[in-house]
Design a protein around this ligand. Structure first.
Ligand code: HEM
Length: 125
C-alpha cells in the first residue's frame, strides 16, 4: 500500500505555512518597489489572512475568512510587474524552505490564477 501526502502536509501544515508566510512577507517589506503598498496596512493582519488563504489554496483543512481578493486589491494600482515581483519573492522563499521543486511550480501556478483579481484594475494590468 502506498501513502500519499497532500501539498499542504508537504509544506509542513500550519507551522510550515506560518514560517513560510513570515519569511515571505519579510522579503516583500524589504523590497523598495513593494513596500509602499503596505505602508498604511497592518502587516500582521495581512500575514494572518495570507496564512489562511495560502493554506486553503494548497488544499489544507482551512477556510479563508477574509474579503475577496478583487475587493481587497482594487484601487491600489498593483500592476502585473508588481505581481511578478511578489511571486518571485515567494519562489525565493520556497527555495529557502524544505519544499521540493515540483511543489514550487504547483504552488506558483495556483497563485498565478489570481492575477486578474489582483491587477485587473490597472491600465497595464
Ligand atoms: C497571489 C497573490 C496575492 C494574494 C493571494 C494576496 C492575498 C491577500 C490577502 C488574503 C489579503 C488580506 C485580505 C483581508 O484582510 O481580508 C491581502 C491584503 C493586501 N494585499 Fe495582497 N495578495 C496578493 C498579491 C498582492 C500584491 C502583488 C500586492 C501589492 C504589490 C498586494 C497588496 C496587498 C495590500 C496592500 C493588502 C492590505 C489591504 C488592507 O490594508 O486592507 N497583494 N492580500
Amino acid at each position: 500500500m502506498t501513502t500519499t501526502t497532500s501539498l499542504y502536509e508537504r509544506i509542513g501544515g500550519e507551522v510550515g505555512i506560518t514560517n513560510l508566510i513570515d519569511a515571505f512577507y519579510d522579503r516583500i517589506i524589504d523590497d523598495d518597489s513593494l513596500r509602499p503598498f503596505f505602508e498604511h496596512s497592518s502587516v500582521e493582519t495581512i500575514r494572518r489572512m495570507q496564512r489562511e488563504f495560502f493554506a486553503a489554496a494548497v488544499g489544507g483543512p482551512i477556510v479563508y475568512t477574509g474579503r475577496s481578493l478583487r475587493e481587497v486589491h482594487t484601487g491600489r494600482g498593483v500592476t502585473k510587474q508588481h505581481f511578478a515581483r511578489f511571486i518571485e519573492h515567494l519562489m525565493d522563499t520556497l527555495k529557502e524552505h524544505d519544499v521540493s521543486e515540483k511543489d514550487h511550480y504547483d504552488i506558483i501556478s495556483r497563485l498565478n490564477t489570481y492575477v486578474d483579481e489582483i491587477t485587473g484594475d490597472t491600465v497595464n494590468g
